[in-house]
Design a protein around this ligand. Structure first.
Ligand SMILES: NC(=O)c1ccc[n+]([C@@H]2O[C@H](COP(=O)([O-])OP(=O)(O)OC[C@H]3O[C@@H](n4cnc5c(N)ncnc54)[C@H](OP(=O)(O)O)[C@@H]3O)[C@@H](O)[C@H]2O)c1
Ligand SMILES: *[C@@H]1O[C@H](CO)[C@@H](O)[C@H](O)[C@H]1NC(C)=O
Ligand SMILES: *[C@@H]1O[C@H](CO)[C@@H](O)[C@H](O)[C@H]1NC(C)=O
Length: 316
C-alpha cells in the first residue's frame, strides 16, 4: 500500500515545493499600458524578453535595447509574434560602451516622445574589460545603466508618474565595494576563479541596490519612483560564461529548482506595474514583496560615494 503511494506522493511534494519555494508569487496587477513607452535593456533573451512580451501584451510601446543587431532583430520578431503587438522597436545599445549609451539615448530622445518605465535588466557574469577599460561586470551591470538612467532622467520626470526598475540579484549580499581599488583599477575586484566571478558579480549587483537607494533620494520631489529586485533563480543564458560542470548541474536540477523566464519576470513586472507601491521607492524586492536589506546595501555614505565616482567615470 505504502509503496503504491510513494511515487505519486513524491511527485505531489515536488510539485508543491516547486510552486511555493521556487516559483513563489506572481504579479497580479491588471495595469494596461496603452500610450505608454517602456525601455527594457538586454531584452533579446531570458527575463528581459519575457518582460518585453508581457509589456507589449498590455499595450505598451516597447523598446528592445540590445547590443547585438542580429539577436535583437530576431527577438523583435518573437516579441511581436508572441504578444500580437506591432508596437515593438529594436534600438541598438551596448552597455559596455559609454559612447553607445550616449548614442542610444540621443537616438531615443530624438525619435520617441515619451518614457514611462525604464527597466535596467541587462547583466552578465564575465571577466574582461569594457571598451572604456572598466571591469566588465562593473561596466555593464552598473556603470552603463548609471549613465543610461541619468541621460533619460529628464524625460522620465516629464512623463511622471514614471518608474525605473533595476534588476539586481540576491547575490548582492556577497558584494563589497572597495573604493580605493575601484578608483585605481576601474574594477570591483581581481580574480580568475569561479568564486571570484560570483563575488565580483555580487559586488556589481550591490551597486544596483545602492544606486536605487541614492536615486530614490534624489528623486524625492519628482514623480519618478525606483525599485531594485532579485528575480529568483532562473534558467536563462546567464551562466553561458561559467564552467561546464556548473552548466551540467543546472541542466539536471534546473527543471525542478529554477524558474522559467516568464516566472522569473514576475517581480520585475510587479515593480514596474503594481499600483500603490510608490511609497516604497528605493526599496529592494524579491518574490513580489519589499524586503529588508543588509546595512551595506542601504548605507547612505557608500551610496553617495558610488554615485560620485560613477559620475566621474562617465564624465557627467
Ligand atoms: N537568471 C538568474 O537566475 C538571475 C538571478 C538573479 C539576477 N539575475 C539578473 O537578471 C538579469 C537578466 O538576466 P537573465 O538571467 O535573463 O540572463 P541572460 O539570459 O543572459 O540575459 C542577459 C541579457 O543582457 C544582455 N547584455 C549583456 N551584456 C550586455 C551589454 N554590454 N549591453 C547590452 N546588453 C547586454 C544580453 O545580451 P546578449 O544576448 O547579446 O549577450 C542578454 O540580453 C541580469 O541583470 C541578471 O544579473 C538573473
Ligand atoms: C513567496 O511568497 C508567498 C506568499 O507570501 C509564500 O507562500 C512563498 O513561500 C514565498 N516564496 C519564496 C520563495 O519566498
Ligand atoms: C539602477 O542601477 C544603476 C546602476 O547601478 C543606477 O545608475 C541607477 O540609478 C539605478 N536606478 C534605479 C532606479 O535604481
Amino acid at each position: 500500500m505504502f509503496s503504491i503511494l510513494l511515487v505519486p506522493g513524491l511527485i505531489a511534494l515536488a510539485y508543491i515545493f516547486r510552486q511555493v519555494v521556487v516559483i513563489g508569487k506572481s504579479c497580479k496587477s491588471n495595469a494596461k499600458l496603452h500610450g505608454k513607452t517602456v525601455i527594457i535593456t538586454g531584452s533579446n533573451t531570458g527575463i528581459g524578453k519575457a518582460t518585453a512580451i508581457e509589456m507589449a501584451k498590455r499595450g505598451a510601446r516597447v523598446i528592445l535595447a540590445c547590443r547585438s543587431k542580429q539577436r535583437g532583430e530576431a527577438a523583435l520578431q518573437d516579441v511581436k509574434r508572441e504578444s500580437g503587438s506591432n508596437k515593438v522597436v529594436f534600438m541598438q545599445l551596448d552597455l559596455g560602451s559609454l559612447k553607445s549609451v550616449h548614442s542610444f539615448a540621443e537616438n531615443f530622445l530624438k525619435s520617441e516622445p515619451r518614457l514611462d518605465i525604464l527597466i535596467n535588466n541587462a547583466g552578465l557574469i564575465a571577466f574582461g574589460r569594457t571598451e572604456n577599460g572598466f571591469g566588465m561586470m562593473f561596466g555593464v551591470n552598473h556603470l552603463g545603466h548609471f549613465l543610461l538612467t541619468n541621460l533619460l532622467l529628464d524625460r522620465l520626470k516629464e512623463c511622471g508618474p514614471s518608474r525605473v526598475v533595476n534588476v539586481s540579484s540576491g547575490l548582492h549580499k556577497l558584494g563589497k565595494i572597495g573604493f580605493d581599488y575601484l578608483n585605481t583599477n576601474k574594477d570591483l575586484g581581481l580574480g580568475t576563479s569561479l568564486l571570484d566571478r560570483f563575488r565580483i558579480y555580487g559586488s556589481s549587483k550591490l551597486c544596483n541596490v545602492l544606486f536605487t537607494h541614492e536615486l530614490a533620494k534624489r528623486l524625492q520631489e519628482t514623480k519618478v519612483t525606483c525599485y531594485s529586485l532579485h528575480p529568483g533563480v532562473i534558467k536563462t543564458e546567464l551562466n553561458r560564461n561559467t564552467n561546464s560542470i556548473l552548466k551540467i548541474i543546472i541542466k539536471i536540477i534546473g527543471g525542478l529548482l529554477m524558474k522559467n523566464p516568464t516566472q522569473g519576470s514576475q517581480t520585475t513586472l510587479y515593480c514596474a506595474l503594481q499600483e500603490g507601491i510608490e511609497h516604497l521607492s528605493g526599496c529592494y524586492f524579491s518574490n513580489c514583496t519589499a524586503k529588508e536589506v543588509l546595512a551595506k546595501a542601504k548605507d547612505d555614505a557608500t551610496a553617495k560615494k558610488l554615485w560620485e565616482i560613477s559620475q566621474r567615470f562617465c564624465n557627467l
